[in-house]
Design a protein around this ligand. Structure first.
Ligand code: B12
Length: 208
């Protein structure tokens, strides 16, 4: 019988070995992977994300929770494919052309995966063609990250490219603001990884 409270606590506290041990034991005992996600890992990631948004947790805590989550997801992901679980939606994420910063992008990726989305991580230095390929592969939302004022303007090109092509474009990164998102006509902006999940939830009209 899985101790979901212990699993949630292990993710929130970033105890990677505990998460691995609990998830592996649960899998070995035949626990349903959907239950593991829905009752353990997803609510735990939401909780640490909410604490981060309330300034009750900071980047280091979020990073170690993300690493613990990633360790658990690595065990679960192969099983999800065979369980027939449908992801809530498909998101393509990448840091824009010319920009190599990826810590924030990786956090957003983990939070989205933790919330049950399929994420195509395009890495860094992404030009429009990379995002476009991901959209052809089924991504409904293109998420662009930028940390440099010199690379931020590339987001405008991405937004312009996807106008009337069916995919929505959301943007984020330290220098990005809601005002900038409005100015370039992006479909959404969030200042942090947890907000990114809420933004995607609302764009895909997911009730949480
Ligand atoms: C770590 C770092 C690096 C590392 C990057 C390592 C890596 N793997 O990412 C290295 C050393 C490689 C680096 C290089 C450079 N860096 Co640097 N770097 C930083 C630093 C210290 C931290 C960035 C970071 O990871 N923050 C933590 C993460 C969690 O925050 P975040 O990225 O903002 O992400 C959060 C939100 O923004 C949001 N978010 C992020 N992406 C997205 C996307 C979407 C869709 C959404 C909704 C939300 C969202 O969610 C995240 C989590 O909450 C910043 C300083 C700072 N305090 O920001 C400088 C900084 C960004 N770097 C800077 C500079 C200048 C550079 C260099 C040009 C330096 C140089 N002369 O070579 C190079 C550029 C290389 C390149 N081409 O990209 C400047 C940028 C200044 C400017 N005005 O543009 C900064 C601000 C430092 C400074 N004060 O001067 N850097």
């Amino acid at each position: 019988m899985t101790d979901f409270e212990a699993l949630r606590t292990a993710v929130i506290k970033g105890k990677r070995n505990d998460v691995t041990a609990i998830v592996q034991a649960a899998i070995d005992a035949g626990e349903d992977v959907n239950t593991l996600l829905d009752q353990g890992m997803i609510p735990a990631m939401r909780e640490i994300g909410d604490r981060f948004s309330r300034n009750e947790a900071y980047v280091p805590e979020l990073l170690i929770a993300a690493r613990a989550m990633q360790a658990g997801l690595a065990l679960i992901e192969p099983l999800i494919a065979s369980s027939g679980r449908e992801p809530f939606g498909k998101i393509a994420i990448g840091t824009v052309k010319g920009d190599l910063h990826d810590i924030g992008k990786n956090l957003v990726t983990i939070m989205l995966k933790g919330a049950g989305y399929e994420v195509i991580d395009l890495g860094v230095n992404c030009d429009v063609t990379k995002y476009e390929q991901a959209v052809r592969d089924g991504a409904q939302i293109v998420a662009c990250s930028s940390l440099l004022t010199t690379t931020m303007p590339y987001m405008k090109e991405v937004v312009a490219y996807f106008k009337d092509k069916g995919a929505k474009v959301i943007i984020g990164g330290a220098p990005v603001t809601q005002a900038y998102a409005d100015e370039i006509g992006a479909d959404g902006y969030s200042e942090d990884a947890n907000g990114a999940v809420k933004l995607v939830d609302s764009l895909l009209k997911r009730a949480c």
